[in-house]
Design a protein around this ligand. Structure first.
Ligand SMILES: Nc1ncnc2c1ncn2[C@@H]1O[C@H](COP(=O)(O)OP(=O)(O)O)[C@@H](O)[C@H]1O
Ligand SMILES: O=P(O)(O)OC[C@H](O)CO
Length: 500
């Protein structure tokens, strides 16, 4: 009996496959980057075929490295993905009818502003838990239907399918599925479309009508650990049994199963999720209400704070300013920074996400002196990640207060490898930060969901017991200094907002 689990993580900049053993230890991995397209300012596109082809290649590469005997062949596949990114394809040819519109894409800002001016945002929030923002799939899908020649006729003829990236990959993976191709998603992805009623667990007819979206082109919504058919494209069939959006998969991988538990993932952006249990908490502070995972038909909800620039500010130091050659260099540089200087870098490169949702804001630097140099820039960049996280956590806790023992934040993602950034995060939060040994918690979460469905993985409570922090950062900053520094940041943010 095979006892490995394959995880496919289709992210914004790269696609990864990781093979895990039954104890969820990674055995091998493969990764491939793909092209980002920026056809106009504020537009971000992917070629949906790149997303599919890199997925097939990374899976083949993982197998080539490790699967030498049938015992290592995976018992199940777990799939996780960049969320909100929108793909529309012709079911007859299998070809996308337009480039995939990526979650970062702001082209539908004017549409959203118009809908907000018409007073539609309250309806959207009540039904979907989201804000009326171009970030989500709904207005991207409407754009493709309106702007692609012949799309409306094809939709009327029932030829078009919509999917977030999970759905697109499942459709392609299940080409030879005995029951036919599968057109499905899971609740964690559905709830990011701005078309899904998170209270009723159905596609929302009122919103679909308002945006002119035919409900028939939307996928069937399933649990996160469920039967999504099987793929026969590799040397033996693999059942697809786990599906979740990447931030929700990381929540699962971090074993944040109890209400009050919280994780924050630091990749290109930063996404913090606070488990609120069976209650969908409505934010008064512009946080999102989202589904953390759905098991046995029961959704577990979370509050989510989304920051668009976290690790990307480090990339800017490297590619924009050229003051580092590798992301890791920020550690040594930041440690050398002059403690007397208070430089604040607000990385609003593409506007500000939660809790500000200010698409027009642009980045700013405050506190420059004649002595400011690369070291102070590196420190300010890493500190900006901590400050932004505190903004989110303050807003979340104003909406829903956690019990004192649950104030520990679990972190993961590329930037969480940086001890300076993580120590500053603990200092500015005034709360401990736990980091696991395996920073690939997204892939781990998807593998767990698949393993749960095929009885290879234990129930959530048991899985939570084996979760281990590899490093804990405890606050060391004096409370008065913490207040002084955070007040300075709050002032910098307010001076950066477009309507300041
Ligand atoms: N040691 C480090 N210090 C600071 N930032 C880092 C470090 N290692 C990686 N990063 C940042 O983390 C990001 C990559 O993390 P990753 O989780 O792979 O992101 P994504 O999945 O969004 O591509 C990059 O933006 C990079 O700048
Ligand atoms: O692909 P990532 O890791 O940048 O995550 C993107 C998020 O899912 C967007 O909501």
């Amino acid at each position: 009996m095979s006892n490995t689990i394959l995880s496919l993580d289709q992210g914004t900049t790269s696609t990864r496959a990781i093979l895990f053993d039954a104890e969820l230890r990674p055995i091998s991995s493969a990764q491939e980057e793909f092209t980002q397209y920026y056809p106009h300012p504020g537009w971000v596109e992917h070629d949906a075929m790149d997303l599919w082809q890199t997925s097939v290649r990374v899976i083949r590469n993982v197998f080539a490295d490790t699967v030498t005997d049938s015992g290592a062949y995976p018992a199940a596949l777990g799939l996780t993905n960049q969320r909100e990114t929108t793909v529309v394809w012709d079911a007859e040819t299998g070809n996308p009818i337009a480039p995939a519109i990526v979650w970062q894409d702001r082209r539908t800002s004017a549409t959203c502003a118009k809908l907000r001016a018409d007073g539609f945002e309250a309806e959207v929030t009540k039904r979907t838990g989201l804000l009326l923002d171009p970030y989500f799939s709904a207005t991207k899908l409407a754009f493709i239907l309106d702007q692609t020649e012949g799309a409306r006729e094809m939709a009327r003829a029932g030829r078009l399918k919509f999917g977030t990236v999970d759905t697109w990959l499942i459709w392609n993976l299940t080409e030879g599925n005995p029951g036919g191709r599968v057109h499905a998603t899971d609740a964690t992805n559905a709830c990011r479309t701005m078309l899904y009623n998170i209270h009723e667990g159905t596609w929302d007819a009122t919103i679909c009508d308002r945006l002119g979206i035919p409900i028939e082109m939307l996928p069937e919504v399933r649990d996160s650990s469920a039967d999504f058919g099987e793929t026969t494209l590799f040397s033996a069939p693999i059942p697809i049994r786990g599906v979740a959006g990447d931030q929700q998969a990381a929540t699962v991988g971090q074993a944040c199963f109890r209400p009050g538990m919280m994780k924050s993932t630091y990749g290109t952006g930063c996404f913090a999720l606070l488990n609120t249990g069976s209650t969908p908490v409505t934010s008064q502070n512009r946080m999102l209400t989202t589904i953390a995972y759905q098991l046995n038909g029961t959704p577990t909800y979370a509050l989510e704070g989304s920051i668009f620039v976290a690790g990307a500010v480090v990339q800017w130091l490297r590619d924009g300013l050229g003051i580092i050659t590798d992301a890791k260099d920020t550690l040594e540089l930041a440690q050398q920074a002059d403690p007397e200087q208070n430089l604040y870098l607000v990385p609003a490169f593409t506007g500000l996400g939660a809790p500000w949702w200010d698409a027009e804001a642009r980045g700013a630097i405050f506190g420059l002196t004649r002595n400011t140099g690369p070291a102070e820039f590196a420190r300010a960049a890493l500190e900006s990640v901590g400050y932004q996280t505190r903004d989110l956590i303050e807003a979340m806790h104003a909406d829903w207060s956690a019990t004192p023992e649950d104030t520990t934040l679990r972190v993961d993602g590329g930037l969480s490898a940086n001890p300076f950034a993580m120590q500053f995060l603990a200092d500015i939060l005034g709360a401990p930060v736990d980091r696991p040994a395996n920073l690939e918690t997204t892939a781990l979460g998807a593998a767990y969901l698949a393993g749960l469905a095929v009885d290879l993985c234990p129930a959530p409570d048991e899985f939570a017991k084996v979760w281990r922090a590899d490093a804990t950062f405890t606050p060391q900053m004096d409370a008065a200094l913490r207040k002084q520094k955070y007040d300075g940041w709050t002032d910098a943010i307010h001076r950066t907002l477009s309507k300041a």
